[in-house]
Design a protein around this ligand. Structure first.
Ligand SMILES: [Zn+2]
Length: 351
């Protein structure tokens, strides 16, 4: 009888074993060490590019809608750049707020422009840090648009009044890029979504002896509502109208691949998708089509402000949400992330 029981038990165990799951993904999640060992995407301070807003005058002024981010004098910008470099962040991206604005934005390509001053100062004090300069017109023009407008002496009758003129704007972009190159910038980053901007800047740089200076193109930049806080920071909001005649419609992804293909053709060295979090599918597709080119994603001011506001209300854990967000952007295919959280994230990752 006892023998029969034992036999039945053995049969039962075998039956249980037969129903045992062969696939148990949780096995690799049982300890922090195992989880770390099989992690596919890991953030590092080397992934970040830190944007800086530089202005004339002294000291620093906090931007209300972007807590922890400041408009900086040149010496303060150098201090921020040093902090970033010490934390292992390889690059900063400079935006300038000029002393005066006018219809074409003269300070944008002047030797003593605020960005040109900041580039020289940062390269002098932190020579190993990569200095990327944004090239557009919107922070410098009195109308706040990204190019020369269709009005007055430039009037084209076939185009609407106030339309951003493409080819006239390219000429200014070339001058701006050259002045940044002469100041010592390491990478030129045109952001205005003008047709032909990469080719035209490449040409100006090449004929002036800067054929080794790379271009990071804002290839895919959407007409997003998430740029609001940035416009306060850079004081570059358009005085009328919007940017929908050059920035992309948020519903389009095929067009993103077209923009990228054109930039690659024109000689862009690095590509960008902006904004990041709402456009992870676009990041992923661009990376699939052009795995050979470094891809940058811009985690924009609105994405930053939403996390900050929720964290200040105690609604979200800022550190966890930020690191999860940045990891997602990298997992989607971004090789580098421009983020206002760069300094904080680098701190969190080092502790
Ligand atoms: Zn612009």
């Amino acid at each position: 009888m006892a023998l029969l029981d034992l036999k039945r038990q053995t049969i039962l165990q075998t039956a249980n074993n037969n129903t045992t799951l062969t696939q148990r993904p949780r096995r690799l999640r049982t300890s922090p060490a195992l989880r770390a060992m099989v992690r596919e995407t890991e953030l590092n301070a080397r992934d970040f590019i830190y944007p800086l807003f530089v202005r004339h005058g002294e000291g620093r002024t906090e931007i209300l809608s972007m807590p922890g981010i400041f408009q900086l004098s040149v010496d303060e910008a150098v201090r921020e750049a040093e902090s970033a470099f010490r934390l292992g962040i390889p690059a900063v991206l400079l935006f300038g707020i000029p002393a005066e604005k006018d219809p074409i934005g003269l300070e944008n390509f002047s030797y003593d422009g605020i960005v040109q001053q900041a580039v020289r100062a940062i390269k002098r004090e932190v020579p190993e840090l990569v200095v990327i300069t944004d090239v557009c017109l919107c922070e410098y023009t009195d109308h706040g648009h990204c190019g020369i407008l269709n009005t007055g002496e430039h009037y084209h009758h076939e185009l609407p009044e106030g339309y951003v003129l493409n080819d006239e704007t390219l000429e200014i972009l070339g001058r701006v890029a050259l002045s940044h190159a002469e100041a010592g910038a390491d990478v030129i980053a045109p952001s205005g979504m003008m047709d032909g901007m990469v080719a035209s800047i490449r040409n100006v740089l090449d004929i002036n002896g800067y054929e080794n200076l790379p271009i990071l193109s804002y290839s895919v930049k959407y007409a997003s509502a998430l740029y609001g806080p940035f416009r306060e920071a850079a004081q570059g909001a358009p005085k009328f109208g919007d940017r929908k005649s050059h920035q992309m419609d948020p519903g389009n992804v095929g067009e993103a691949l077209r923009e990228v293909a054109i930039d690659v053709d024109e000689g862009a060295d690095m590509l960008m998708v902006k904004p990041a979090l709402h456009y992870l599918d676009v990041i992923s597709k661009v990376k699939d089509v052009h795995p050979e080119l470094p891809l940058v994603a811009y985690n924009v001011s609105g994405e930053y402000a939403m996390v900050k506001a929720a964290a200040q209300n105690g609604w979200l854990d800022e550190q966890k949400v930020t690191l999860e967000t940045l990891t997602s952007i990298k997992r989607a295919g971004a090789d580098m992330i421009i983020t206002y959280h760069a300094i904080e994230a680098a701190h969190w990752l080092s502790t």
